[in-house]
Design a protein around this ligand. Sequence first.
Ligand SMILES: Nc1ncnc2c1ncn2[C@@H]1O[C@H](COP(=O)(O)OP(=O)(O)OP(=O)(O)O)[C@@H](O)[C@H]1O
Length: 755
Amino acid sequence: MEVKQVTLHKRSGEVKQHSKKDGVLTAEVVSSCMSNLGRVGTGLQHLYHHLSLPSHDLSDISVLCNYVHLQKLELPHNKIKDLSCVSHMPYLVILDASHNDISSFFGFQPPKNLKEVNLSHNRMTKMKDLSAYSSLSHLDLGYNCLSEISGLEQCCKLTHLSLEHNRISRISGLDSPVLLTHLCLRGNQLKRIEGLENLKSLQVLDLSLNRITSLSGLQNLHLLGSINLEKNLISEIQECKHIHDLFLLRDLNLLGNSVQEQPDYRLAVVFLLQHLTVLDQDKVTAEEKVASVNKYDPPLDVLAARDHMTHLVYQLMQPQVLYDSTMPSADSPYPMLVLTGPQGCGKRELAHRLCQELSDYFAYGISHTTRGPYSREVHGIDYHFINEEDFQNMIHMGKFIQTMQYGGHSYGLTRDAIEDVAREGLACCVHMELEGVFSLKNTYFEPRYILLIPIQVEKYMGHLKSHGLYTPAQLDMTKSRIELYANTNRQRLGFFDNVIPCDDWEEAYQTLRHVVKEYLLLEEEGENNNRGSLDNTSTGNDPEEKPASPPLSRSGSGTLASHSATALDPSDPSYRNYFTKIHAELSPQKSPAELASIRRREQLVREAVVGKIPGVYSQLFKSPAQTAASSLQKPNTHLSEDNSNSDESRASSALTVPSSATGLSGSVEPLDMSVQGHTLEALKGQTPEAHCPGTDQLAVAVSPSSDRRPGYDIKPILPPIPAGRKTPASPSPAPSPRPSPNTAVDAEGNVDREG
Ligand SMILES: Nc1ncnc2c1ncn2[C@@H]1O[C@H](COP(=O)(O)OP(=O)(O)OP(=O)(O)O)[C@@H](O)[C@H]1O
């Protein structure tokens, strides 16, 4: 249908034809640029609602006074100075007069429903009161010469506002448009983020190309999803803490800020703002998120894996040392009992008492610590108290099997401490925090883990306070860790073998004693078998489920008990059976798959040690298919066979181990233990510490979720030489310090025991 604009729009009914001349808009041009045919209100006439005249060199558009029904008017890229014709368009909803020469701010009577106005790229210098334009939802005033935001007090429906590239040096006048969702102040002269407090609906904020130094002022804008701060003066990562609680923030742009030069900038920001999906116009990958968490707040598994790797690497870098008494045999790792639980829950005293009462079975494994002794503590009984420097030296000498930082001090359990006990023919009983347990679970030791946990928290806290040893901060930390233990127990079925409430110390001891005697099948007739411990290896639901302790018969128990009653003779062949049985009773049962895996790994070590296969590590990490095949071809060799080959073994291990260590030390830098546990604080409080070389490499090499991996529990050692109990069982609460039992292999391959 052909519609003549002239008949539809001329108010007077008369059409005066104009031609486009000297920037004057004519009716002909208008009629050729109209679109969107509709009806007038009466429904009797048709008319066009839209007029679009971009880039027509227009300067005089007064002819538009006649086009009263226009709803959308687009006049960008002309030379228009006067927009007064708009006063005649009461139905106008959208006006685009960008890229013109307009200097008068809203120089027309307000169309009642005017919603979207684009006056960007003009010459306006001052904003005026827009209270008559209360329907405005989108307003673009970018690229003008405005120096102050004002006149928006009544614009309650405004959702999009752009004032980019003006001369604004301070954000003000934005209290009212509370529905504002998009605000662009790019390219102004802003130094601070202020005056945005009321814009609670703000979702997209562009403050790029300003001189902003801090992100303060954004903290309450909880709907913000995107912030552009490109090319500002932000220099500190900790500024991100101001937007840390903006949980909907997905896109942050800090390109062109000096903060990007900070070490580990991207990881630190990704860690602080974990909801980000785009940072600096680059997608945040899942790998980056994991790496950032592992770096700044590593899960216990990751910490433990790093701890384990550190000690493994340092151990490998030392000359070979044989820990014969604790070496796992084919079927029975050295038996250990670990009491864990929050600080001050009494586990240390419980461990001492247990070792005293069951001195034929257990002795206390003494940890090292850098904290000073409390008043009644004895060096060499409660701890080995050493200074930080010595502790670090011991780490570098590969002495520890696990370490942890707690309350600003270092704690660690050495191989020697365990070996000391093992050489007495006893099982080792230690106490440690949860981190220690995680770490120990990476080693070849397979202790029973007993969690001692306070149920009555207030009573426990009162007890701790009464010690008078702890600062309020330490007390708070200890309290918060009760939940950590409880959660670990809830979330990791079977992680602890037993859980014992420790609100009443005597009751806890009796339960512990009972549990341990049950492990050892030593329970006296008639003794209460119903104590308040939870056996965590059983869910209690499955009637088929195996009991936590191996189902040894009573006669087995009798044998064990009678062995324990007399001093053990190492030459007695039943000596090893004794250990095997303690182990069987202290170790959780394994599935056939686990057992097969352990055997495979042991087989590999044996082969490497006797020189049947080349390097220890190249074999330990070979593909599962090869591993399976090789273990099929070479069925489990007996320990005695390995012993018969001892010359060859020594030669082979002396050759292979240092080369493995060298290979490792080339690619894996030793860990700086002081970094662990401090990075998060450093990040939150101030600029992160300088990058710690090696930390990342280790973190990458370690899978956080895996407790047991090939090679982790393998030591480059010779088969065990049972040393046996050297002294009669002592009733003392803890083994007294004795010379190091370490045994070294000299250049000729001769075994030489220290001390
Ligand atoms: N080698 C270790 N690895 C991990 N944690 C350890 C180690 N040795 C000791 N701990 C634990 O470190 C925490 C602090 O020990 P510390 O002896 O300083 O505190 P305490 O107030 O005497 O508490 P507790 O009575 O529980 O030992 C304790 O929970 C303790 O069990």
